[in-house]
Structures are given as structure tokens and as C-alpha cells.
Design a protein around this ligand. Structure first.
Ligand code: RB5
Length: 152
């Protein structure tokens, strides 16, 4: 699986460790930066290119990390086709995919430690959308909003 990853300064250190762990676990990693710790960088500059890559299916799943995970989540969800969530627990890491087809996980580098972050990411990456009618119906209602926004 090809996985995209991005972080601002608040998530930089965690991103470096997670990218290394993903490569060691044989995932193909597309790193959208930051490539060095720049204390004044802005999470939309890192997260939006990742989110666009998720929407275009250039990567199958995305991992976005900022200080709290909140800004990354807000930014990623502005891109149509992206279903991002800030995840702090294992249940949501898989249920978010199974029921809601979450394709981008957001984490807080100042909130979630490496060991839990890695468990959450592995859980997220191994989960699959169940795709029952009720799931598709609900997602269709969200996609309809995106279509309205895109056509103005
Ligand atoms: C940057 O200091 C911080 O605000 C950002 O990483 C993130 O936590 C925003 O949600």
C-alpha cells in the first residue's frame, strides 16, 4: 500500500519516526514534508498537498500530523473526496474506515506518543470499508454537499 504522510513543526518529530516505521513495515511512503523542522511553518502548506494526493488516489491513505491534529483535520477535510478524522483511540481508528471510509488519519504530535500513534496508524491502514447500503447512503449525503460546493 502507498501511504502519504505530512506534518508541520508540531508533528515533525513524530512524522519522522512514523515514516521510518512505515518503511520498515514495507509500506511505500510518499513524504509530503516538512523535510526539516521549521518552527514557523504552516500546517495547510503541508497537509493540503497530501489531501489532494489522497483525493487523486496517488496515495491510498494519508497520515497528517500537527501539534494537536485539529488543524490538520480541518484543512484536509476542505478537499473534496477526503474523509479525515483526528484519531486518539483504536476503536475509532478502524471503525472510521469500516463505516465512514476514512482515508486520512490525523494525529497530534504533542498529544499522542509514538507507541500509540503507531498502533493507531497500523489499525487504520489494516481496516477496510464495509460498504453496506447504510454506509454508502450516509457518505452519499456528504458527497452531495461536495458536489454542490464544487459547482458553486
Ligand atoms: C502549530 O504550533 C500548531 O498550532 C499546529 O501544529 C496545530 O496544532 C494546529 O492544529
Amino acid at each position: 500500500m502507498r501511504v502519504g504522510i505530512a506534518a508541520d513543526h508540531g508533528g515533525f518529530e513524530l512524522k519522522q519516526k512514523i515514516a521510518e516505521a512505515l518503511r520498515a513495515a514495507k509500506y511505500e511512503v510518499a513524504d509530503f514534508g516538512a523535510f526539516q523542522l521549521i518552527p514557523g511553518d504552516d500546517y495547510p502548506d503541508l497537509v493540503i498537498p497530501l489531501a489532494k494526493a489522497v483525493d487523486r488516489k496517488e496515495v491510498e491513505r494519508g497520515v497528517a500530523i500537527c501539534g494537536s491534529g485539529v488543524g490538520a483535520c480541518v484543512a484536509a477535510n476542505k478537499i473534496p473526496g477526503v474523509r479525515a478524522a483526528l484519531i486518539c483511540d483504536v476503536f475509532s481508528a478502524h471503525q472510521g474506515v469500516e463505516d465512514d471510509d476514512m482515508n486520512l488519519i490525523c494525529l497530534g504530535g504533542r498529544v499522542t506518543g509514538y507507541a500509540l500513534a503507531w498502533d493507531l496508524i497500523q489499525t487504520f491502514l489494516q481496516a477496510r470499508f464495509i460498504g453496506e447500503e447504510r454506509h454508502r447512503r450516509r457518505l452519499g449525503k456528504i458527497a452531495a454537499l461536495e458536489n454542490i460546493a464544487e459547482s458553486g
